[in-house]
Ligand binder design. Sequence first.
Ligand SMILES: [Zn+2]
Ligand SMILES: [Zn+2]
Ligand SMILES: [Zn+2]
Length: 284
Amino acid sequence: MLIGQFWGTSAAEGIPAPYCRCPVCLEAREKGGIYSRMRSCFRLSDKIMLDLGADAVAQSMRFGDITDIEHVLITHTHDDHLNPHMLMEAMWSKRFRKPIHYYFTEEAFEITRLWMDSPWILKGMLRSWVEEGIVVFHQLKFGERTKVGDVFVTPFRGNHKGNVEPNSAMYLVELPDGRSLFYGLDSGKWLPETLEAVKKLHLDIFISEATAGIHFGRYGGHMCLEQVRELVGELFDSGAITPETKVYLTHINHGSSHDQMLEAVDALDFPLPVTVAVDGMKIF
Ligand SMILES: [Zn+2]
Ligand SMILES: [Zn+2]
Ligand SMILES: [Zn+2]
């Protein structure tokens, strides 16, 4: 069953950020609601999650349990997207559910060995959970199409360095109903090989990071709205994005308020309507 809900739409610090009294964080503390953002996470379906990061427990309290989750696609190994504690939560429920499958791309898979070898992560118990089949780790290859539950996924190289890997993963997901969804988080200006490959696709739903928001400039490892506008323009010109594509922006840092994002998106004159995502927004 497809769900398609943003469980978090912030960058690594969250909004309001714990150590911050900037105007954006003050507004979020005062108003709450759409002005506050938890760390980026997307519930694709009853069984599939895109990332399960720093706010996963709080997000589950707000949006519902994840008892039925069987597959977690990890974009990269930064803590805002990947929280080892969630494996402890899965282990606690082992008697009531199937194994949980985690997917990492190429070098990012190395984090699973580091975790299993560490007495400091999950009390050093992870190796035995893997041996018992409670947790199953999978290594995906960039550009290779793989079946995950009832969807097909293809990871593309992002321009963003993780804790152990040189490239984050941006995922093309082919949904059971025939639609395609692209989840492009944590990447600076796209690598030429990724841009060329994605230009050849047809995307029904395009989700992009817009980390630096209104702070126009050239960012390494993330994009501002101006860069996202350029990217959407290129994908529109190539036909990968069409007027029917639904475009959403997420992974937004505390440099931009929700209202500032809306104004800036308007001013940038995108070739099609673009939605600034908020926590809890359902898109299917
Ligand atoms: Zn991030
Ligand atoms: Zn702030
Ligand atoms: Zn990151």
